[in-house]
Design a protein around this ligand. Sequence first.
Ligand SMILES: *Cc1c(COP(=O)(O)O)cnc(C)c1O
Length: 416
Amino acid sequence: MLPKTLPFTKQQIDEITAKYPTPFHIYDEKGIRENAKKLIKAFSWAPGFKEYFAVKANPNPYLVKLLGEEGFGADCSSLPELVIAEKAGITGENIMLTSNNTPADEFIYARKLGATLNLDDITHIDYVEKHAGLPEIISFRYNPGPLKGGNAIIGIPEEAKYGLTRDQLFEAYKTVKERGVKRFGLHTMIASNELHADYFVDTAEILFELIADLSDKLKIDFEFVNLGGGFGIPYRPGDKPLDLEYISSRIHEVYEEIIIGRGLKPLKICMESGRLITGPFGFLVTKAIHKKEIYKSYIGVDACMADLMRPALYGAYHHITILGKEDDKPVKKYDITGSLCENNDKFAIDRMLPEIKTGDTLVIHDTGAHGYAMGFNYNGKLRSAELLLKEDGSVKQIRRAETMDDYFATIDFSGL
Ligand SMILES: *Cc1c(COP(=O)(O)O)cnc(C)c1O
């Protein structure tokens, strides 16, 4: 079984919590940078390989900037996410807009930034032309429908609101070609937290075949294919991480066979992963503030599902380490709870853990993606701070905790 490790010691966290009160998310810069380099290395065979980090997964501009320094672009799906990419110094075609049900202002801003538009529907051709003008390069999102199975988080493609059907794609590329678009990309995203390597190879094969068919039929050349996100991470101690070298080498084989084999122009391989990039390198640090014994044993912590919604939303497993008790035996079954007036506000249910005392520090693992990002203010809960554990061991606050003034900022009390 693969152990779940921490990039910091209890002593380090004790020093940090003396300065920054819990709860907070802390991100491991070294881990993120090494991980980014590993991905780029795995795809070094692929001409112009590019990962557009899915800003949705962790919209902290400091992290987006750090990833930009490693050569990543940004995948955005809202106006504020476009601004985050811009502030982080990611420019032009290094920004991809993969949104759906997209409002006009988003297309307009994306065009202003020179971002690549990845359209979610055939009707968006007219919509973009009307509001923002058609750009020189366009990508469309493919929904393979019954051709491909989904999973619990993302659902099955036929039921998903995203993308164009296969027939619509032929129509869409033909239309934009006639209207002067010169450069083309194709995208799909049909998995979420998928840990089966072959899933991504199959997806690449479906897209390469489709690109070959579209190129033949419409006499166009494709510049890039975007394999989407959805690459899973090992949340549970027993989970095996995806073997990126394996995925890459299998995709390489399929690339040779289809893209090179059918005489197509070199095709850039792109991805827009979020979870895979930052997920394992974030930790929610929280303290036990109450112990409660009724029909079950509860540990109440100072974080709640407003800081990490995945367990409540998907029943997702997040590993928990009690700092200083890493080697203690799990002797007691606990529910680890937040303070929301919702019974699903639990980080763990029936989890065997070492004996916990109030004042103990709990570290909830793998909160680097879809953690802080999914936060909310229900029940008057304020969002936590975010810290960056830098490569030199120092700590930088990259977002302060919300205050009550932030919470009330949109209310004008003088009108009461
Ligand atoms: C959510 C999302 C991603 C990132 O998903 P991960 O599971 O974090 O890799 C990428 N692209 C699109 C369009 C998304 O909606």
